[in-house]
Design a protein around this ligand. Structure first.
Ligand SMILES: C[S@@+](CC[C@H](N)C(=O)[O-])C[C@H]1O[C@@H](n2cnc3c(N)ncnc32)[C@H](O)[C@@H]1O
Length: 258
């Protein structure tokens, strides 16, 4: 039986989940999906109708649903039950069949049946130590079948150093927010205090998120430890390598022997 254990720590997405899609309404998930398709094509393993795709840290399922709409057979996993509840509702509303499982990336075990594993929107930065990141990669590696690709993005060290999480919504947004981040250069962890207000109800709530900045060397070493030794890196949404100004980078990785 696949192992699907959930970590017992608090879920920083629990309160946000019902509003997540409203807050992210300007995120161009369709364009992101097309970019993922482009990266997979470039790597010689196109995502096609019928491809089996594992969407890691699927959240409310935006990318999972984009790919299901393109005919892929998608499983989405996330550790937040609250986010998955939204994902399941959205799939039911749109008549798309996607399986959503609650499990932690650092502790899951799925059969080796996926052609592609995807992980977007800096979800891997939420894993705060290197050993656990290695485990997430190793679990993913074990779920891929021959020639399978892992594609993920990360906030770069620069993004967290520059406190890019310090931001606020428009004053007339339906869910107003104000986020303040503090980056610790020693631990390379950003602590982001998030405050929200729902305009229609006046409800207020807050959450604290932590993200770790990983260097390119650390990411490559964690990938190599998990058996991914063929790695390409791109500045987000472009086909050029990252440079000193890159805030988000995409990694395309696969086990070299396949
Ligand atoms: C910024 S959201 C991105 C969600 C989705 N990928 C998207 O593009 O909208 C980050 C997601 O990562 C999930 N997450 C963070 N750490 C995780 C872990 N260790 N295992 C599983 N999910 C995790 C959170 O629950 C959350 O849903």
């Amino acid at each position: 039986m696949p192992r699907r254990r959930r970590e017992s720590n608090d879920d920083p997405f629990a309160r946000i989940a019902p509003y997540y899609d409203q807050i992210m309404s300007s995120v161009p998930y369709g364009i992101w999906a097309e970019y993922l398709l482009q990266l997979a094509e470039l790597a010689g393993r196109p995502i096609r109708p019928g491809s089996r795709v594992l969407d890691l840290a699927t959240g409310t399922g935006s990318i999972a649903l984009q790919l299901a709409r393109r005919g892929c057979l998608v499983v989405g996993i996330d550790r937040s039950e609250a986010m998955l509840a939204q994902a399941r509702r959205r799939a039911a509303d749109s008549g798309l069949s996607v399986e959503f499982l609650c499990c932690d990336l650092t502790d899951f075990d799925l059969p080796p049946e996926f052609d592609h594993a995807l992980c977007v929107y800096d979800s891997l930065n939420y894993i705060l130590d290197h050993k656990r990141l290695e485990r997430a990669f190793a679990n993913t590696r074990a779920a891929l079948r021959g020639g399978g690709l892992l594609i993920f993005d990360v906030n770069t060290v620069r993004a967290l150093e520059m406190e890019l999480f310090t931001q606020r919504s428009a004053e007339d947004a339906p869910v107003r927010y104000r986020w303040t981040s503090r980056y610790n250069p020693r631990t390379r962890i950003s602590r982001v205090r998030m405050r929200f207000e729902v305009a229609a109800t006046g409800e207020h709530f807050s959450a604290v998120h932590h993200q770790r900045a990983y260097t390119d060397e650390e990411l490559r070493s964690a990938l190599a430890a998990a058996g991914f030794d063929d790695v390409a890196v791109y500045a987000a949404y472009r086909l050029a390598p990252p440079d000193d100004l890159t805030d988000r980078a995409f990694y395309v990785a696969r086990p070299a022997q396949q």
